[in-house]
Write a protein that binds this ligand. Structure first.
Ligand code: GLC
Length: 418
């Protein structure tokens, strides 16, 4: 095991660009929001100072309205598309114009608890976290659930949940473009051109509005309430509240957010399929897909064991779990990105939720399965559930990071396993 721990540390070191870490060399040459938070917990295993710097660098890109972008373009790199000239972010640093799953508060708390000497760094981040969460609650909270205006915001870029909403979008006016992702990874493991046209259409719409959220609320044809966003924000609000209390700060506003989302999570409950899924606010209907995000309900502390029947069923279908899309769904594609493959960092969040809810046995099962998958196949971006075959980018930051913080039998913390 320790050879793998060394390899994981080496991946973090190689992807470190000084103050921030790229997800992997080549395919993703910038700072991504939730990737960075995972990177931080990986660094925390051997370098606490570097862990804090990662998060602080992320927040240096925060917009005046509180939004923390999903990509910060610290140094322009022509090997990535779409870059800063397409996004036209309006923050202090060149950035994209959308956010990503707000997991930061949860892991800032975790870092602060790991080494109390760094508590002042957490305290300094609290107003930043408050501003970010307030941005979500102001602009992206509808009927108590958190909506996205672009699939990339959820971090689950091409999952089948977007198929319905995308069918209603005609991507008019998208200029000719050249993808760079398929120069790094084979096409079968990446989104299709059909999806890319729509991704770029939505970027254009936002950029041309100057990322005007009030306008986009009316004009954006893509407005989908999503479990990744709702569940990670709800969880982060609970952790932010705990930190605020610890530092003697006012918690009433956060209490309001928690209550709103606890009730709002019900919008994501699809009675017919007995699952949490996405809710398309434009079409007023559920998307009908059991995804790995559905299983974040324990992490958010909602719904009790409602997802247990699907967890039991899905973990019995393929040797490696949790697949990003239900293998029994017609859209399942075990090698294509978010349409089937297993993502180790999602597993960590799911396991953490299960452990917190008293399901240590399940958390342990997911931990061991992920450990075997990485040990047998390396630190890939994602994995084929049928045999664990590595897919997408290699030497991936978040896979290395969650190995060090959680999945490794030698360095992973017990806290995460049971
Ligand atoms: C892809 C993933 C997203 C991730 C990014 C960088 O866009 O879908 O979740 O943050 O790559 O790794």
């Amino acid at each position: 095991m320790s050879a793998l721990d060394d390899e994981a540390r080496a991946i973090l070191a190689t992807n470190d660009r000084g103050g921030y870490t790229v997800p992997t060399h080549g395919l993703y040459p910038y700072q991504w929001n939730w990737d960075s938070v995972f990177a931080a917990i990986g660094f925390a295993e051997h370098d606490m100072e570097r862990a804090w710097v990662e998060i602080e660098t992320l927040f240096s890109g925060q917009w005046e309205n509180g939004m923390v972008p999903h990509i910060i373009f610290h140094q322009v790199d022509p090997s990535y598309f779409p870059g800063p000239d397409v996004w036209r972010g309006i923050g202090p640093l060149p950035s994209s114009g959308i956010s990503q799953p707000p997991i930061a508060a949860t892991f800032v708390r975790w870092l602060a608890e790991k080494d109390g000497a760094f508590a002042p760094r957490a305290e300094a981040l609290i107003p930043r976290l408050m501003d970010w969460h307030r941005w979500f609650m102001t602009w992206r909270c509808e009927r108590g659930a958190i909506v996205v205006t672009h699939p990339w915001e959820t971090g689950r870029d091409n999952c089948p949940d977007w198929d319905g909403p995308f069918a209603a979008i005609e991507p008019e006016g998208v200029e000719q473009y050249y993808r760079r992702d398929t120069t790094h990874v084979i096409e079968e493991e990446r989104p299709r051109r059909y999806d890319y046209d729509r991704y770029l259409y939505l970027v254009k719409l936002g950029a041309e509005s100057g990322w005007d959220e009030a306008y986009l609320r009316q004009a954006n044809p893509f407005r989908v309430a999503d479990p990744t966003m709702t569940f990670t924000l709800l969880r982060s609000c609970r952790d932010l509240r705990a930190m605020a209390e610890e530092f003697g700060l006012e918690t009433a506003e956060i209490d309001g957010w928690i209550k709103t989302m606890e009730e709002g999570a019900e919008l994501l409950w699809n009675d017919d399929a007995a699952t949490y899924d996405c809710y398309d606010l434009r079409a007023e209907k559920h998307t009908g897909v059991v995804s790995n995000a559905s299983f974040l309900s324990w992490y958010a502390g909602v719904g009790g064991d409602r997802m247990m029947p699907h967890l039991e069923r899905i973990t019995g279908l393929e040797p490696f779990f949790i697949p990003s899309t239900d293998p029994e769904h017609e859209a399942y594609e075990p090698k294509r990105y978010w349409r089937g493959p297993v993502w180790a960092m999602m597993n960590m969040l799911i396991a953490r939720g299960l452990a917190d809810a008293g399901h240590g046995d399940w958390a342990g099962k997911i931990t061991e399965n992920t450990r075997a998958m990485i040990a047998g196949n390396g630190f890939a971006e994602y994995f084929d559930p049928r045999d664990g075959a590595p897919a997408g980018g290699r030497n991936f930051t978040w896979t290395a990071a969650v190995w060090l913080a959680w999945a490794s039998a030698t360095t992973g913390e017990k806290l995460w396993a049971a």
